[in-house]
Write a protein that binds this ligand. Sequence first.
Ligand SMILES: [Zn+2]
Length: 487
Amino acid sequence: MRLQTTCSLSMILFLSSHVFADETQPDFTDPQITAIAHVEKISNELKQVNQSIWEWAEVGLEERKSSRLLQSKLTAAGFKVETGLAGMPTAFVASFGSGKPVIGILAEYDALPGLSQKISPQREAAEEGKPGHACGHSGLGTGALGAALAVRQAMEQHGLPGTIRLYGTPAEETVIGKVYMTLDGVFDDLDICLHWHPGTKNEAWSGSSKALVSAKFTFHGTAAHASVSPASGRSALDGVELMNVAANFMREHIKEDARLHYVIVDGGGAPNVVAPQATVWYFCRADSHEDTEYNFRWLNDIAEAAAKMSRTRLTVKIDTDCHEVIPNSPLSALITTIMQKIGAPKFTDTEMAFARRLQEPLVAQFGRQFPLAIDDRIHRVAAIPRASKGSTDVGDISWRVPTGGLRTACLPAESPGHSWQNVASIGSSIGEKGIIYSSKILAVTAIELMQRRELIAAARSDWQTRMKDKKYFSFIPDGQQPPKKIR
Ligand SMILES: [Zn+2]
């Protein structure tokens, strides 16, 4: 390892093919070497943290033990921890150091309902009907923790000026935590925000994502005996059904990237009672928040019309309103280079065989072909980055501060999101390797930004250009507190 600062940004941006070969020399600064060594030193502790959060598998806004565990590790390392951010008991921020630059790293730790799974190649619940970490957030929180602890070690040992913060952001699965934290202004003084997500490959985040409004439409009718006195009743379920029919017609006339999906969370109690109340829960998404605004207003008009048609009354509750990610080219280029310099973990034959077994049911059911068991290559940023078809509440932060992110291979190649296979994999040594790698990448990136302020300036300039004509608007009413529970 040569002890000098790193290659220039222009060189980073010049890279062109899609997968790195192993030809470049790693060169890290002393603080970066310290950070990498620290991640190695605490790797067993990090694996235990992942294991605990994985076993607890707490759903959004109920991640009490997971949040407390992360906080306790940070407090023990000398971070100042503040909890209950934006009115959410499981949200927190842990800070170390002082002054500029201020670099934030995001942690998530919520699980998904009904996806409990053993570390087994067959579908086998650890506890029937219980939640599981099918999005790998046990690893996400752990990887972010490892990075924050490593940056702290480097700051202390080398006298690096600045502030490192780890944000504990609950309820990502319903894109709630970071949205309300953003509205509360907790990210506003960051210079750069960094995030990562367990994935099926190693690559910097370079594209956008979908904006999403989540809202519950409740129709209020009049109960009556459905057979004896239907003329005295007004059905709230009729309101829901009329709304859904119209929304399904609306689909034909919205842009192809837009999405509408719904579930009826309350359709009444019994067929022989005219439903006095019924609720439908909608996600309204599009590649831009601007389009989401247009479509959501349309959907509201439909709901009001459905209430009129069914002679019911409508109330609408906005749960959350999440914005698309604003990508940042200098940050994705920097992260890509650092991923390459550190080098991706290799997987053993046993791990590869386990990944193959996890892929088997998908081969059998859908005839899918998987050329790779685990994709351990490092992918370059595509010339035209693809937008994710999902949503993340990281988006809202990226509307406030320049934000960069990455994924590492923690899951079998091409493994579908939110699958039981992912629960098994993030709890296994495959996931652990990706988690440890993410800690190193995030830590080295944060230190690079602290040591080379011109990179922060480049990221800010890119962000300013992308934000030039954008105005942050939210459907969430002013002062509304986040929900206490998801459902
Ligand atoms: Zn996720």
